[in-house]
Design a protein around this ligand. Structure first.
Ligand SMILES: [Zn+2]
Length: 315
Protein backbone atom coordinates (compact mmCIF):
# COMPACT_ATOMS: atom_id res chain seq x y z
CA UNK A 1 0.00 0.00 0.00
CA UNK A 2 1.03 3.62 -0.23
CA UNK A 3 3.29 5.73 1.88
CA UNK A 4 4.02 9.27 2.91
CA UNK A 5 7.45 10.87 2.63
CA UNK A 6 8.45 14.24 4.06
CA UNK A 7 11.67 15.88 2.91
CA UNK A 8 13.19 19.11 4.18
CA UNK A 9 15.62 21.44 2.43
CA UNK A 10 17.63 22.40 5.51
CA UNK A 11 19.92 25.28 4.70
CA UNK A 12 19.71 28.20 7.20
CA UNK A 13 21.44 31.16 5.50
CA UNK A 14 22.99 29.01 2.76
CA UNK A 15 19.76 28.94 0.79
CA UNK A 16 20.17 32.64 0.04
CA UNK A 17 23.91 33.36 0.12
CA UNK A 18 24.03 34.04 -3.63
CA UNK A 19 21.08 36.44 -3.45
CA UNK A 20 21.61 40.15 -3.12
CA UNK A 21 19.79 40.25 0.21
CA UNK A 22 19.25 37.61 2.86
CA UNK A 23 15.55 37.43 3.84
CA UNK A 24 16.04 38.29 7.51
CA UNK A 25 12.71 36.94 8.75
CA UNK A 26 13.34 33.49 7.31
CA UNK A 27 17.00 33.27 8.31
CA UNK A 28 16.73 34.61 11.86
CA UNK A 29 14.08 32.15 12.96
CA UNK A 30 15.46 29.17 11.03
CA UNK A 31 17.25 27.46 13.92
CA UNK A 32 14.30 27.80 16.25
CA UNK A 33 11.96 26.47 13.54
CA UNK A 34 14.31 23.55 12.91
CA UNK A 35 14.17 22.54 16.60
CA UNK A 36 10.41 23.05 16.88
CA UNK A 37 9.91 20.88 13.80
CA UNK A 38 11.97 18.12 15.40
CA UNK A 39 9.72 18.28 18.48
CA UNK A 40 6.60 18.10 16.32
CA UNK A 41 7.92 15.11 14.38
CA UNK A 42 8.59 13.40 17.71
CA UNK A 43 5.10 14.23 19.01
CA UNK A 44 3.55 12.40 16.06
CA UNK A 45 6.31 9.79 15.65
CA UNK A 46 6.92 10.84 12.07
CA UNK A 47 10.42 10.38 10.58
CA UNK A 48 11.57 12.71 7.79
CA UNK A 49 14.46 13.12 5.37
CA UNK A 50 16.52 16.17 6.34
CA UNK A 51 18.47 17.19 3.24
CA UNK A 52 21.08 19.33 4.95
CA UNK A 53 23.52 21.76 3.31
CA UNK A 54 26.88 20.08 3.95
CA UNK A 55 28.48 23.24 5.33
CA UNK A 56 26.05 22.99 8.24
CA UNK A 57 27.77 19.80 9.39
CA UNK A 58 30.70 22.04 10.33
CA UNK A 59 31.01 23.83 13.67
CA UNK A 60 33.63 26.23 12.28
CA UNK A 61 35.61 26.97 9.11
CA UNK A 62 38.20 29.35 7.69
CA UNK A 63 35.74 31.02 5.32
CA UNK A 64 38.07 30.35 2.38
CA UNK A 65 37.39 26.79 1.25
CA UNK A 66 40.50 27.15 -0.87
CA UNK A 67 40.37 23.66 -2.36
CA UNK A 68 36.85 24.16 -3.69
CA UNK A 69 36.79 24.58 -7.49
CA UNK A 70 33.92 27.07 -7.62
CA UNK A 71 34.24 30.60 -8.97
CA UNK A 72 35.74 33.55 -7.07
CA UNK A 73 33.38 35.12 -4.61
CA UNK A 74 31.14 32.07 -4.07
CA UNK A 75 32.10 31.91 -0.37
CA UNK A 76 32.20 35.71 0.13
CA UNK A 77 29.37 35.70 2.67
CA UNK A 78 30.84 32.76 4.62
CA UNK A 79 31.97 34.46 7.86
CA UNK A 80 34.84 32.04 8.50
CA UNK A 81 34.02 31.83 12.22
CA UNK A 82 32.24 29.24 14.39
CA UNK A 83 28.74 28.11 15.31
CA UNK A 84 28.44 30.01 18.60
CA UNK A 85 29.31 33.24 16.83
CA UNK A 86 27.48 32.96 13.48
CA UNK A 87 24.75 30.46 14.03
CA UNK A 88 23.07 30.73 10.63
CA UNK A 89 26.17 29.53 8.74
CA UNK A 90 27.06 26.48 10.88
CA UNK A 91 24.72 23.80 12.14
CA UNK A 92 26.68 21.08 13.87
CA UNK A 93 24.42 21.24 16.95
CA UNK A 94 21.31 21.07 14.77
CA UNK A 95 22.58 17.87 13.16
CA UNK A 96 23.15 16.53 16.69
CA UNK A 97 19.50 17.36 17.41
CA UNK A 98 18.30 15.42 14.35
CA UNK A 99 20.35 12.42 15.47
CA UNK A 100 19.12 12.71 19.06
CA UNK A 101 15.44 12.86 18.10
CA UNK A 102 13.18 9.91 18.92
CA UNK A 103 11.88 9.73 15.35
CA UNK A 104 14.21 7.81 13.08
CA UNK A 105 15.14 10.66 10.73
CA UNK A 106 17.42 10.41 7.75
CA UNK A 107 20.21 12.96 7.26
CA UNK A 108 20.54 13.51 3.51
CA UNK A 109 22.36 16.13 1.48
CA UNK A 110 21.39 19.43 -0.12
CA UNK A 111 24.93 19.81 -1.62
CA UNK A 112 27.81 21.35 0.35
CA UNK A 113 27.16 25.03 -0.37
CA UNK A 114 23.74 25.15 -2.08
CA UNK A 115 25.03 24.95 -5.65
CA UNK A 116 22.42 24.70 -8.42
CA UNK A 117 23.46 21.33 -9.80
CA UNK A 118 21.66 21.90 -13.09
CA UNK A 119 23.82 24.95 -13.75
CA UNK A 120 27.34 24.00 -12.71
CA UNK A 121 30.35 22.06 -13.92
CA UNK A 122 31.01 18.42 -13.24
CA UNK A 123 34.09 19.47 -11.27
CA UNK A 124 32.09 21.66 -8.89
CA UNK A 125 29.32 19.07 -8.62
CA UNK A 126 31.87 16.40 -7.70
CA UNK A 127 33.52 18.62 -5.09
CA UNK A 128 30.14 19.47 -3.54
CA UNK A 129 29.05 15.86 -3.15
CA UNK A 130 32.50 14.59 -2.13
CA UNK A 131 32.66 17.16 0.68
CA UNK A 132 29.23 16.06 1.95
CA UNK A 133 30.16 12.38 1.84
CA UNK A 134 33.37 13.01 3.79
CA UNK A 135 31.70 15.17 6.45
CA UNK A 136 28.92 12.62 6.84
CA UNK A 137 31.45 9.81 7.24
CA UNK A 138 33.19 11.74 10.02
CA UNK A 139 29.89 11.57 11.89
CA UNK A 140 29.32 7.92 11.06
CA UNK A 141 26.56 8.84 8.62
CA UNK A 142 26.22 8.16 4.91
CA UNK A 143 24.73 10.29 2.15
CA UNK A 144 21.94 8.16 0.74
CA UNK A 145 19.56 10.86 -0.49
CA UNK A 146 20.03 14.19 -2.19
CA UNK A 147 17.65 17.10 -2.66
CA UNK A 148 18.80 19.44 -5.42
CA UNK A 149 18.98 23.15 -4.47
CA UNK A 150 16.07 25.00 -6.09
CA UNK A 151 15.10 21.64 -7.61
CA UNK A 152 17.55 21.94 -10.52
CA UNK A 153 18.32 18.30 -11.21
CA UNK A 154 21.82 17.72 -12.60
CA UNK A 155 24.99 15.61 -12.54
CA UNK A 156 23.10 12.53 -11.40
CA UNK A 157 26.03 10.35 -12.53
CA UNK A 158 28.19 12.10 -9.92
CA UNK A 159 25.65 11.29 -7.21
CA UNK A 160 25.63 7.66 -8.30
CA UNK A 161 29.44 7.52 -8.26
CA UNK A 162 29.43 8.64 -4.61
CA UNK A 163 26.98 5.95 -3.54
CA UNK A 164 23.84 8.11 -3.32
CA UNK A 165 20.68 6.02 -3.65
CA UNK A 166 17.91 8.52 -4.29
CA UNK A 167 16.98 12.08 -5.13
CA UNK A 168 13.84 14.16 -5.10
CA UNK A 169 12.70 14.78 -8.66
CA UNK A 170 10.29 17.46 -9.78
CA UNK A 171 6.56 17.15 -9.34
CA UNK A 172 4.98 15.57 -12.42
CA UNK A 173 3.51 18.20 -14.73
CA UNK A 174 -0.23 18.07 -15.09
CA UNK A 175 -2.71 19.63 -17.43
CA UNK A 176 -3.40 22.50 -15.05
CA UNK A 177 0.24 23.56 -15.15
CA UNK A 178 -0.15 24.57 -18.79
CA UNK A 179 -1.97 27.22 -20.73
CA UNK A 180 -4.53 29.85 -19.81
CA UNK A 181 -7.17 27.33 -18.82
CA UNK A 182 -4.71 25.74 -16.43
CA UNK A 183 -3.81 29.06 -14.86
CA UNK A 184 -7.46 29.98 -14.42
CA UNK A 185 -8.21 26.65 -12.81
CA UNK A 186 -5.28 27.04 -10.46
CA UNK A 187 -6.57 30.40 -9.31
CA UNK A 188 -10.18 29.38 -9.06
CA UNK A 189 -9.77 25.75 -8.21
CA UNK A 190 -7.03 25.56 -5.62
CA UNK A 191 -8.74 27.60 -2.91
CA UNK A 192 -11.89 25.53 -3.23
CA UNK A 193 -9.94 22.31 -3.39
CA UNK A 194 -10.76 21.12 -6.90
CA UNK A 195 -7.21 19.92 -7.52
CA UNK A 196 -5.56 16.98 -5.79
CA UNK A 197 -1.79 16.79 -5.50
CA UNK A 198 -0.41 13.67 -7.24
CA UNK A 199 0.78 10.43 -5.73
CA UNK A 200 4.14 9.66 -7.35
CA UNK A 201 5.78 6.42 -8.41
CA UNK A 202 9.47 6.22 -7.47
CA UNK A 203 11.57 4.64 -10.21
CA UNK A 204 15.19 3.79 -10.81
CA UNK A 205 16.88 6.01 -13.42
CA UNK A 206 19.63 5.15 -15.91
CA UNK A 207 22.30 5.65 -13.20
CA UNK A 208 20.63 3.34 -10.71
CA UNK A 209 19.35 6.24 -8.60
CA UNK A 210 15.78 6.12 -7.37
CA UNK A 211 13.89 9.26 -8.36
CA UNK A 212 11.25 10.09 -5.75
CA UNK A 213 9.38 13.01 -7.32
CA UNK A 214 7.72 15.68 -5.21
CA UNK A 215 3.95 15.74 -4.77
CA UNK A 216 3.35 18.94 -2.85
CA UNK A 217 5.43 21.89 -1.65
CA UNK A 218 3.85 22.78 1.68
CA UNK A 219 4.54 26.51 1.23
CA UNK A 220 3.52 26.89 -2.40
CA UNK A 221 0.41 28.89 -1.70
CA UNK A 222 1.39 32.02 0.16
CA UNK A 223 0.74 35.74 0.22
CA UNK A 224 -2.65 37.17 -0.58
CA UNK A 225 -4.01 33.88 -1.96
CA UNK A 226 -3.34 32.17 1.34
CA UNK A 227 -4.90 34.96 3.36
CA UNK A 228 -7.97 35.08 1.12
CA UNK A 229 -8.43 31.32 1.30
CA UNK A 230 -7.97 31.22 5.06
CA UNK A 231 -10.75 33.74 5.52
CA UNK A 232 -13.24 31.36 3.97
CA UNK A 233 -12.19 28.10 5.52
CA UNK A 234 -9.46 25.61 6.27
CA UNK A 235 -5.89 26.28 5.18
CA UNK A 236 -5.93 25.12 1.51
CA UNK A 237 -2.54 23.42 1.81
CA UNK A 238 -3.77 21.39 4.78
CA UNK A 239 -6.81 20.39 2.76
CA UNK A 240 -4.65 19.33 -0.21
CA UNK A 241 -2.19 17.47 2.02
CA UNK A 242 -5.01 15.58 3.74
CA UNK A 243 -6.40 14.55 0.38
CA UNK A 244 -2.96 13.24 -0.69
CA UNK A 245 -2.49 11.37 2.59
CA UNK A 246 -5.94 9.79 2.27
CA UNK A 247 -5.23 8.66 -1.29
CA UNK A 248 -1.89 7.12 -0.27
CA UNK A 249 -3.76 5.10 2.37
CA UNK A 250 -5.94 3.38 -0.23
CA UNK A 251 -3.65 2.74 -3.18
CA UNK A 252 -0.04 2.26 -4.22
CA UNK A 253 2.16 5.28 -4.59
CA UNK A 254 4.03 7.83 -2.56
CA UNK A 255 2.70 11.14 -1.33
CA UNK A 256 5.88 13.23 -1.09
CA UNK A 257 5.57 16.53 0.76
CA UNK A 258 8.47 18.97 1.15
CA UNK A 259 9.36 22.23 2.85
CA UNK A 260 12.22 24.28 4.26
CA UNK A 261 12.53 24.65 8.04
CA UNK A 262 12.88 28.39 7.32
CA UNK A 263 9.40 28.45 5.75
CA UNK A 264 8.00 28.40 9.27
CA UNK A 265 8.13 31.96 10.53
CA UNK A 266 4.65 32.52 11.99
CA UNK A 267 2.41 30.59 14.35
CA UNK A 268 -0.01 29.71 11.55
CA UNK A 269 2.86 27.98 9.72
CA UNK A 270 3.39 25.66 12.69
CA UNK A 271 -0.34 25.07 12.90
CA UNK A 272 -0.29 23.99 9.25
CA UNK A 273 2.42 21.43 9.91
CA UNK A 274 0.78 20.21 13.07
CA UNK A 275 -2.55 19.65 11.29
CA UNK A 276 -0.81 17.68 8.54
CA UNK A 277 1.29 15.55 10.91
CA UNK A 278 -1.74 14.87 13.07
CA UNK A 279 -3.62 13.61 10.03
CA UNK A 280 -0.68 11.41 8.98
CA UNK A 281 -0.60 9.85 12.46
CA UNK A 282 -4.38 9.29 12.51
CA UNK A 283 -4.55 7.68 9.09
CA UNK A 284 -1.49 5.53 9.77
CA UNK A 285 -3.26 4.24 12.88
CA UNK A 286 -6.29 2.92 11.01
CA UNK A 287 -5.00 2.01 7.53
CA UNK A 288 -1.96 0.25 5.97
CA UNK A 289 -0.35 3.67 5.28
CA UNK A 290 3.34 3.85 6.20
CA UNK A 291 5.66 6.81 6.71
CA UNK A 292 9.00 6.34 4.98
CA UNK A 293 12.24 8.23 4.44
CA UNK A 294 13.68 8.67 0.95
CA UNK A 295 16.35 6.17 1.87
CA UNK A 296 13.89 3.48 2.94
CA UNK A 297 11.86 3.93 -0.26
CA UNK A 298 15.03 3.62 -2.35
CA UNK A 299 16.23 0.60 -0.43
CA UNK A 300 12.91 -1.17 -0.98
CA UNK A 301 13.05 -0.51 -4.69
CA UNK A 302 16.67 -1.44 -5.13
CA UNK A 303 16.05 -4.55 -3.09
CA UNK A 304 19.30 -4.13 -1.18
CA UNK A 305 21.36 -4.65 -4.30
CA UNK A 306 24.82 -3.14 -3.54
CA UNK A 307 25.74 -0.02 -5.50
CA UNK A 308 28.94 0.28 -7.47
CA UNK A 309 31.03 3.00 -5.90
CA UNK A 310 33.60 4.72 -8.08
CA UNK A 311 34.80 7.95 -6.51
CA UNK A 312 35.70 10.73 -8.90
CA UNK A 313 39.06 12.38 -8.31
CA UNK A 314 41.10 12.24 -5.11
CA UNK A 315 39.31 11.39 -1.90
ZN1 LIG B 1 32.84 27.93 5.45
Amino acid sequence: MGSVVLSLDAELAWGFHDHEKLPEDRVETARESWLRLLDMFDDFEVPATWAVVGHLLLDSCDGEHAGHPTHDGWFDRDPGTWEGRDETWYGSKLIDAIEAADADHEVGSHTFSHVEMGHTTREVASAEIRECVELAEERGLSVDSVVFPRNYVGHRDVLAAYGVKSYRGNRPRRWYDRGPLGSATKLLGWPTGAVSPPLVTPAEDEYGLVNIPASLYLFSFEGRFRSAAERVGEDPIVRMAKRGIDRASTRNGVFHMWLHPNNLTEERDFQRLEAILEHVAEVRETTPLTVETMESIATDIKDDEPLPREPIGPR
